[in-house]
Design a protein around this ligand. Structure first.
Ligand SMILES: [Zn+2]
Length: 243
């Protein structure tokens, strides 16, 4: 499981390392080096800092150009080099903070999109979670999530997609399968009624059927599954963003 990390010690250590890199560049300059222009930020970088912080790609970082013209022995060179070193450190620190803020903003955007475009397939509490072991299930474990609704309650498409199967499946009873834009398939089982047909496009939250107890079910509930390349995955990944 990979979660977004808020700026922490690793960011701080990343900043320190970048400052060190910047300082090293500045130190490498001859001591009588004179600065004729301000440091320039470029989009690409030849610095390989991938080891420094895996969250920061080398290409994301600015390259701080060394001044193009050196005037040997010019007055005030020492001060200019000190100022240049400070600028390098400041730019590196600012850039690390900017990248952290940008990543946090994108993560928040993704969370908002997920909340907007994925909904629970039933308005009911969960009675059996994913992965529970037990001999009552054919595979010896529970391959989906059970929503403990009442007979006849509405069942909703969890996301936008197209219906790829409707009908009877052994154990599952009356079943709907929807393929979503990213290839994930959601399966809705034990239905009492199917309200869509194969080939139909459905919207997120659209009513597609009703809760029932068809197939191998001991009482009315919705059995909800997600499949990726034919393999069961925890529906919680999509519904609540966890693994
Ligand atoms: Zn179930």
């Amino acid at each position: 499981m990979r979660k977004f990390r808020t700026p922490n010690n690793r960011w701080i250590s990343g900043s320190v390392l970048l400052i060190a890199i910047g300082s090293t560049i500045a130190m490498a300059l001859p001591s009588n080096f004179s600065i004729s222009s301000d440091p320039v930020i470029k989009a690409d970088s030849s610095l390989d800092i991938s080891v420094a912080n895996e969250d920061v790609a080398a290409a994301d970082l600015p390259i701080i150009e060394t001044p193009a013209v050196a005037k040997l022995g010019a007055p005030g060179t020492e001060d200019k080099v000190i100022r240049f070193k400070a600028q390098v450190a400041e730019i590196a620190a600012r850039e690390v903070a900017r990248i952290a803020a940008e990543k946090e903003r994108k993560a928040a955007e993704r969370r908002a999109l997920r909340a907007k475009y994925t909904v629970n397939p039933a308005r009911a509490r969960i009675s059996v979670g994913y992965g529970r072991k037990g001999r009552i299930w054919d595979l010896g474990w529970h391959t989906g999530i059970d929503f403990n609704g009442n007979y006849g309650d509405s069942v909703f498409a969890a996301r936008v997609g197209s219906v790829i199967f409707t009908g009877w499946r052994p154990a599952y009873g009356r079943t709907i399968e929807i393929k979503h834009l990213d290839g994930v398939v959601t399966r809705y089982a034990h239905l009492s009624r199917i309200r869509v047909v194969a080939g139909q496009e459905v919207d997120v939250g659209q009513r597609i059927g009703n809760i029932g107890a068809s197939g191998k079910a001991f009482g009315a509930h919705l059995h909800f599954e997600t499949l990726v390349n034919g393999k069961y995955r925890n529906p919680g990944i999509w519904l609540w963003g966890n693994d």
